[in-house]
Design a binder for this molecule. Sequence first.
Ligand SMILES: NC(=O)c1ccc[n+]([C@@H]2O[C@H](COP(=O)([O-])OP(=O)(O)OC[C@H]3O[C@@H](n4cnc5c(N)ncnc54)[C@H](OP(=O)(O)O)[C@@H]3O)[C@@H](O)[C@H]2O)c1
Length: 409
Amino acid sequence: MSSWAGCPRTARLTGRPGRRRRRAGPVPYRSRGATLVVVATGRTGEEAHRPDVDRDCMRLAIEAGAGSRGRTSPNPWVGAVLATADGALFTGATQPPGGPHAEVVALREALHAGAPTAGATLYVTLEPCSHRGRTPPCVEAIVAAGIGRVVAALEDPDPRVSGRGLSALAGAGVEVSVGVGAGEVVEQLAPYLKHRRTGRPWVTLKLACTLDGRTAAVDGTSRWITGPEARADAHRLRAAHDAVMVGAGTVRADDPSLTVRHADGQDPLRVVLGVAPPGARVHPALELTAPLGDVLTELGRRGVMSVLVEGGASVAHAFHTGGLVDRYVIYVAPALMGGSDGRPVLAGPGANSIDGLWRGRFLGLLRLGDDLRIDLEPAPAVEPSPLVDLGPVPPVEPPPPTAVAQAVS
Ligand SMILES: NC(=O)c1ccc[n+]([C@@H]2O[C@H](COP(=O)([O-])OP(=O)(O)OC[C@H]3O[C@@H](n4cnc5c(N)ncnc54)[C@H](OP(=O)(O)O)[C@@H]3O)[C@@H](O)[C@H]2O)c1
C-alpha cells in the first residue's frame, strides 16, 4: 500500500473483506465497474458496530479512495464502504469531476445488487457534502437511502462543508461518528487538506543526484543520473500530482517534455517558472513570472491541489529556503561526480554556521534498481494555517494552446 504520492511507508492496510468471508454468508458480488470490488462478509449489523470492524471497513474505504487519486481534482479522492444490515459490503470511490462522489457510488452499487440500504452503516474517508456543486448533496442521498450510521474519518475543511454535512445527518436522525482512520486519511488527503486550508497546492520537491549531492556535471548535462526504475517511479510521482513545474533554466538545458510516459496516469499541468523558448517540448505550458508565494496562490486559484517541483538547482533552492516544500523526494544514484565543480542539489547561499542547519524527518526509504528513493519532510511539522474562504473551486484550467508568458500581479 502506498500513500497519496506513492511514497514508501511502513504501515500496511489489513482486513481485506475476502479474508473474513464466512462460507455460509451471502453470495459474493463483484462490480461491473473498475472502481468497485464488493465481497459479502456475513457480518451481522450488530458486529458492524465493533471498533475493529469500524477500523477494517475504514481501511477498505481508504484503499478505495487511493484508486481515484490523480483523477478527481479539484475534488478529493474519497473512498466509501457501505455495510448493509445483512452483512454485505459495497465500496465506492469518487469519480472524475461531474461524476458521483464515493458515497453515492457505493449506494448505487448496493441498489444495483438489490441489497437493502435501510439501517446500513456507511464508512467514508471524508465528511459527506451538504452543498450542491456539480453533483447533488451526498447527505440527501444518504438520508433518502435510510442509512442508520455514518462513520467519517475526517471533517471536511472546505468552508462549504466544514461540519455542515455531519450536522445535517445527525439532524436527520443518522448516528454519526468521526475520527476512525483519521491519521491515515490526513496523510492520504494531505494535498486536498492543504489546498482547502491555505488556498495553495501541496509542494513536493523532487531531485535526482549522485551520492556526493550533484545534480548536473560542469557542462550542465544531467541525463541520466539515475536508472530506469527510478525514472519510472518519478513518472508515477508526476501522475500523482496535478501540476509539474521546472525553472526556465532546466527547459533551456534539458528541453524536458514533463509528460507521463513510463507509468500509467494522466499528464499533469506543465508549469514553467519564467519563459520557455517557443519550440520547447514542454509546450503547451503555463509560464509564470512572479514571487513563488504568488505563483503557488495562482496555481491554487486554478484548482491545482498538488505540484511536483522538478528543479533545477536554483528553483529548488528558492523553494527550499522559502520554506515552501511540504515533501522532499530525492533519488540518489550510487555514483560520485567526484569534485566540487558539478551542479549542487540546491544552488545558492546555504547555512552560515552549523546552527543554521536545516533538519528534516525521514519518512521512507525505497530501493529502485541500483538507486535509492528517500522521502523526507521538514521538521518540526508546520502547524496548519487558518481556514480561508476560497469560494467555488474551479477545475484545473488547461494551459493556453500556445506558449504565452503570463505575469501574476
Ligand atoms: N538532477 C536533477 O534532479 C535535475 C532536475 C532539473 C534540472 N537539473 C539540471 O539543473 C540545471 C538547471 O538548473 P538552473 O539552476 O540553471 O535553472 P532552473 O533552476 O531550472 O531555472 C532557473 C531559472 O528559472 C527562472 N525562474 C526561477 N524562479 C522564477 C520566478 N519566481 N519567476 C520567474 N522565473 C523564475 C529564471 O529564468 P530566467 O533566467 O529566464 O529569468 C531562472 O534563471 C540543468 O543543468 C539541469 O540539467 C537537474
